[in-house]
Design a protein around this ligand. Structure first.
Ligand SMILES: NC(=O)C[C@H](N)C(=O)O
Length: 502
């Protein structure tokens, strides 16, 4: 064991873990077992995992050890455990999307992302909890019970990828995968004190990602450090002919950027619209300190106005439900998962209706109804058409802003983690959690959330959002890496070391 690596194994970063395995200081099987033991010890409380694949994880880890013994060259994440959001298909391992309608479904194929992880020697520990079909900001919409925030188990871990973020913060895995349609990687990252990145739309394959809103959905990395997120980003991004929206261009050099730790000469824009009413004082305080820190580190900071961003939330809640109502039509009881009322007396249509009634939860039904209404003839232009126009305006605001700055910054989410149940009956309040994250989904650019401290009033993590133009994902890592290094120097440790022990 090198002295630099703190024990126990579960506290190691992905980069440290991979290094120790490559040097033979620890075996991949030992690392996998340490995380499986941790899951066993804490996940009854956290509920980050819907399915733990003990056998699959140990055999993937053994394959890494065997390759090493044979002297074969392996990738930079070989042997590192990962928690996979239950929205990516995994051959032979259940995939539910947090929904009853897919209960018991075992996909016959791997998503491209899953296959790339396996090829990289990443050890998939299991599938993580999520809001049903990624609809929500708290993971309370999972059909399998809510996930607790490791900082305070009575609070939400964000959503929809709350399971992935909680697994990181509870030291159940050093890496995780999420998907971000309106904020589902970044907002959970912000409220759990972890790093989450929504790469440029089209840069991580959606083949095998169960579709929610196809023009917005984007898989991406979740980690405890910026460098770990970059390593995972490079492992999963890149062109895939199986996804028609996949970008056929080189992946930006994000690992190199994460190591730079230098923002001198960069121009950073503070989005004026993301402040004011509804923003928690402690969140704004930490955000303003981060902006000050960027200035001290040698960046030039300017205020930028993006007036159309105030329309992003309503536009999203027309576009995303519209696409969802179409995508979720495939759950017809004939092809996958649940089938209710098929007793030989009912028509196929009746069985479909009974299954959808029993299999979908209230938020999914709400979105299907919203989307079906917005797309209905007579209303299409007024709702869906207008929302698409707003989408164009938002892209233009970004273009104008990026003509003058390298990246934009804002708080990731207006408040810290709220108590489980607090917004469950108030969809509008829930939707507001994504106020700052949605514009990047509508425009398709790249964005990161990274922890910048605890809000003084509740001692809960605050996230800084960094936004870069499409295909300039490396800028996120350059800025994020510099902020993280400066904060860790200041604190003398990483933020998660302040998290209460579970
Ligand atoms: N999927 C997402 O990115 C989450 C967003 N909060 C939504 O409910 O649509």
């Amino acid at each position: 064991m090198t002295e630099l690596i703190p024990t126990p194994i579960i506290k190691w970063t992905a980069a440290q873990t991979a290094g120790a395995i490559a040097k033979g200081e620890v075996s991949a099987v030992e690392v996998a077992q340490a995380h499986l033991d941790r899951i066993e010890a804490v996940d009854k409380k956290v509920n980050a995992f819907l399915h733990v694949d003990t056998e699959g994880a140990l055999s993937a880890a053994k394959a890494v050890d065997d390759k090493r013994a044979r002297g074969e060259e392996q990738g930079p994440l070989a042997g590192v455990p990962l928690a996979l959001k239950d929205v990516f298909t995994t051959k032979g391992v259940p995939t539910t999307c947090g929904s009853k309608i897919l209960e018991g479904w075992v996909p016959p194929y791997d998503a491209t992302l899953t296959a790339r992880l396996k090829d990289a020697g990443v050890v998939i520990l299991g599938k993580t909890n999520m809001d049903e079909f990624a609809m929500g900001s708290s993971t309370e919409n999972s059909a399998y019970g809510p996930t607790g925030n490791p900082w305070d188990l009575s609070r939400i871990p964000g959503g929809s990828g709350g399971g992935s973020a909680a697994a990181l913060a509870a030291f159940e895995a050093p890496l995780a995968i999420g998907t971000d349609t309106g904020g589902s990687i970044r907002q959970p990252g912000a409220v759990t004190g972890t790093v989450g990145v929504k790469p440029t739309y089209g840069s991580v394959s959606r083949y095998g990602l169960v579709a929610f809103s196809s023009s917005l959905d984007q898989g991406g990395p979740c980690a405890r450090t910026v460098l770990d997120a970059a390593l995972l980003h490079e492992a999963v991004a890149g062109y895939d002919p199986m996804d028609s929206t996949s970008i056929d261009a080189p992946v930006p050099a994000v690992v190199e950027a994460a190591k730079l730790r230098d923002v001198r000469g960069m121009r950073i824009g503070v989005v004026k619209e993301f402040a004011g009413e509804g923003y928690q004082a402690g969140v704004m305080q930490r955000f303003n300190e981060s902006v000050e820190l960027l200035r001290e580190l040698g960046a030039e900071v300017v205020e930028v106005s993006c007036p159309s961003f105030t329309l992003a939330l309503p536009a999203y809640y027309l576009i995303a439900p519209s696409e969802a109502s179409s995508n979720l039509a495939r759950f017809d009881a004939m092809r996958y998962g649940l089938r209710v009322g098929d007793d030989g007396t009912r028509s196929a249509e009746e069985v479909t209706a009974l299954t959808r009634e029993a299999g979908f939860g209230p938020e999914v039904k709400r979105r299907i109804i919203l989307g079906t209404y917005a797309l209905s003839s007579g209303y299409y232009d007024a709702y869906y058409g207008s929302a698409q126009k707003v989408r164009t305006l938002i892209s233009r605001d970004f273009d104008a802003a990026f003509a003058g700055v390298d990246v934009l910054v804002s708080p990731t989410t207006p408040t810290t983690a709220f108590p489980i149940g607090e917004r469950a009956d108030d969809p509008m309040a829930m939707y507001l959690a994504d106020l700052c994250t949605i514009p990047s989904n509508l425009a398709g650019n790249a964005a990161m959330s990274l922890p910048v401290g605890l809000a003084p009033e509740d001692n809960l993590p605050v996230g800084l959002q960094i936004i870069a133009p499409a295909m300039a994902d490396d800028r996120l890592y350059r800025v994020g890496g510099a902020v993280e290094a400066a904060l860790n120097d200041k604190w003398g440790h990483t933020l998660l070391e302040e998290a209460p022990a579970l």
